[in-house]
Design a protein around this ligand. Structure first.
Ligand code: WT7
Length: 681
């Protein structure tokens, strides 16, 4: 049954009667928000009155110079422990050895759900902004607690144990959040796989994690379209001998075939008790893993710890966005990405916030969707990706102006560089010049925001299009080609971090050597991000983009090797090379140079292109399909056989005049062919 709710003061949820649709009442909100506008700082109550910390700079310095005091104090006041820790940290960055809050015992679900369900159970935890506008559903902390406990009992009753890995392939929904929390409650490690990945990509992740349990839904709904999730899981599980059970949640209720591994989640949950003792987890027990692409090899299962991750998620959500009690936080990311983990789920819930679960797309049913949602749900914060800004600004300002956005205070973005045009539009049109735009830089590996304009000293300005400042605990460093740290301003190099902070990743699941090789061995004594950055005249940081063979398409990390690998499988393909190229909307597009076994007739080219795209869709997912495919008799290679991607990037970027020295190529003439062919496709 659907219920009719009324939203009362402080986002508390009042159940009126069980009718078909839910409504909101938020007349009170417009009033409470307006006087919060303008430049704000976020005081740390923990350090107030401490004469050592008079300014933001004092506090930031303390977070680097005396991290034990800084993080130890916050960990005690912000997290609820079964047993407090004896040692704040045990880290050796030279060895990539990271441990925080030694001997502490806690449970993430208690921190994110129980403590708020007990304090004010009627407060809204989740607003499920379903695909169809106006059909949102509200879940209070009390209701979430019931779901989590039942779900945890269900998992246990089917034999899911502490330390087991659970693969989650679900649409962004309250059930997905409850499943993540239920895993945390019983000490299972969740591995959420974005529900846009193909069966093959999902199978690879299930096998790598050796997961016995998969949780999915009958179907997904996005942009008015039905997505056959269960069907994809069936195809994946057929190749995963480790899988013993598949729980199926009814998102649409359309019939799907149920096999011998399949269990109805809705039915099993209903009969479970809503009391489940939380496991007492060690600070360093893994909370979850999440796969992300690297430049080579298969995707990496980035693993995060319980206490450090949770603390960092909560601190950054509260202080970067200046989140205040009773406000509504609208991070529109899918739960399948790290942004969804940290700023849809763990960050907001650990602060007792009201968080939005956005199931739809920025353009469904029209390009006004975000702003109509802001008005309807009266959101105080929105956190999105630059790619959607670039897409929406092309549609004209009317789609924004039509809706009342006066509830908004902070406009966040993440995933790719925020270009000036998009920054200006976000600031001037969406925010009417009255909100703050916070461009946040971070990664799956950093666990939470590492660079952002806020928090900062009172009155400190925000400079357009830069994440600007290091967060508490973060000490950025830029390295030159010889591995030496660059000093001063107006320098550009490889972006590293030379401090340790609680939210940083602990390992790559099952491959600690690869973890060290990727992040710690390139610059001993530093964490290497893979990005390049510029420290500007004013001392602020600006991100220049990936330095490795990773392409950032609409904020999704795609390894060139993965796409090449997929296309290489085609019987007519001899070799491929994939590069990124500037794309108006996506930031970067995917450009594939393909060497075929035999020359192909021009009339067959489109068929082969379609086949190659379809292979990529099957192997990885639709979002990784190349935008452009060029057939060529050869690739530019050095004598040692290395493909010169620098040249391919220039060709793809329409800059043949910038090709530079091509004399070291085995066959320089191939470059001319590429330039000509590029102009033709
Ligand atoms: C990569 C991390 C962290 C959530 C989203 C993606 C790029 C991220 C910014 C920004 C320029 C950015 C970097 C980074 N990136 N934020 N504000 N400005 N680039 O997480 O999939 O782990 O990707 O996204 O290249 O390395 P992810």
């Amino acid at each position: 049954a659907k219920y009719l709710y009324q939203v009362g003061k402080n986002n508390s949820l009042l159940l009126i009667s069980s009718l078909k649709n839910s409504i909101t009442c938020h007349a009170w909100k417009g009033v409470s928000c307006t006087h919060f506008r303008g430049i704000t700082t976020t005081p740390f109550p923990e350090f107030q009155g401490d004469s050592r910390f008079k300014s933001h700079a004092d506090l930031h310095n303390a977070s680097l110079q005396n991290p034990d005091h800084f993080w130890g104090t916050l960990a005690k006041s912000r997290l609820q422990w079964f047993q407090t820790f004896n040692q704040v940290k045990d880290c050796d960055i030279n060895k990539g050895h990271i441990r925080w809050f030694m001997d502490g015992k806690l449970n993430a679900s208690v921190n994110c759900v129980d403590r708020y369900a007990e304090k004010n159970g009627d407060a809204i935890a989740l607003i499920w902004e379903k695909d169809e506008p106006g059909t949102e559903e509200y879940v209070s902390y009390r209701q979430l607690s019931q779901m989590v406990n039942k779900m945890a009992n269900m998992l246990k009753s089917f034999g899911v144990c502490r330390g087991d890995r659970v693969a989650i392939y679900l649409p962004t929904s309250p059930v997905a959040v409850a499943v993540m929390m239920a895993c945390a409650r019983i000490g299972a490690i969740h591995s959420v796989v974005f529900a846009g990945f193909s069966a093959e990509a999902l199978a690879g992740r299930i096998i790598d994690a050796d997961a016995e349990t998969v949780i999915t839904s009958d179907e997904g709904v996005r942009g008015g379209k039905i997505i056959p999730l269960k069907q994809t899981v069936d195809a994946a599980v057929a190749n995963c001998p480790c899988v013993k059970r598949v729980f199926v949640y009814q998102r649409t209720g359309n019939p799907v075939p149920m096999g011998k591994l399949d269990i109805s989640l809705d039915k099993e949950m209903a009969s479970q008790s809503d009391v489940c003792e939380p496991e007492k987890m060690g600070s360093e027990d893994l909370l979850f893993m999440l796969y992300t692409s690297g430049s080579t090899g298969k995707p990496k299962g980035i693993a995060h710890s319980t206490a450090g991750y949770l603390l960092y998620a909560g601190i950054t959500q509260r202080h970067v966005f200046d989140y205040r009690e009773g406000e509504r936080f609208g991070c529109v990311a899918d739960i399948g990405w790290i942004t969804g983990h940290t700023y849809v789920v763990y960050g907001p819930l650990s602060n007792g916030a009201t968080t939005v679960l956005f199931e739809s797309t920025p353009t469904y049913p029209n390009p006004g969707r975000y702003w109509e949602m802001v008005q309807r749900l009266s959101l105080d914060h929105i956190y999105l990706a630059p790619t959607s800004l670039r897409l929406l600004l092309k549609e004209g300002n009317e789609w924004v102006k039509k809706y009342d956005r006066s509830s908004l205070r902070k406009l966040g973005c993440v995933g790719e560089p925020l270009n000036t045009e998009a920054y200006d539009w976000y600031n001037d049109v969406v925010g009417d010049g009255k909100c703050e735009v916070v461009d946040t830089w971070w990664q799956t590996e950093t666990g939470g925001i590492a660079l952002a304009p806020r928090p900062s000293a009172p009155g400190a300005k925000i400079v357009a299009s830069k994440p600007m400042r290091p967060h508490f605990g973060i000490q950025p460093a830029l390295m030159d080609k010889d591995g030496k740290e660059l000093t001063g301003s107006n320098v550009q190099g490889a972006l590293c971090i030379k401090s340790v902070w609680p939210g940083m990743a602990r390992t790559i699941y099952g491959d600690h050597k690869r973890f060290l090789d990727t992040y710690y061995n390139p610059y001993p004594g530093y964490y290497f991000s893979g990005d390049g950055a510029h420290r500007c005249e004013d001392g602020y940081y600006q991100i220049t983009g990936r330095m490795d063979d990773v392409i950032n398409v609409s904020g999704h990390r795609i390894g060139t090797a993965e796409v090449e690998d997929a296309m290489d499988d085609h019987s007519q393909v001899a070799e491929t090379a994939v590069v990124g190229f500037p794309h108006d909307i996506k930031g970067e597009g995917i450009y594939a140079f393909v060497v075929t076994m035999e020359d192909i007739n021009p009339e067959d080219a489109d068929t082969l292109r379609d086949q190659l795209k379809s292979i990529v869709k099957t192997r990885i997912g639709g979002f990784a399909q190349p935008d452009r495919i060029l057939f060529t008799p050869g690739l530019p290679k050095t004598r040692s056989g290395k493909i010169m991607r620098r040249i391919l990037r220039k060709v793809a970027d329409n800059k043949p005049e910038e090709l530079g020295d091509i004399s070291t190529l085995v066959d320089p003439s191939v470059v001319e062919i590429l330039v000509q062919k590029h102009e033709m496709i």
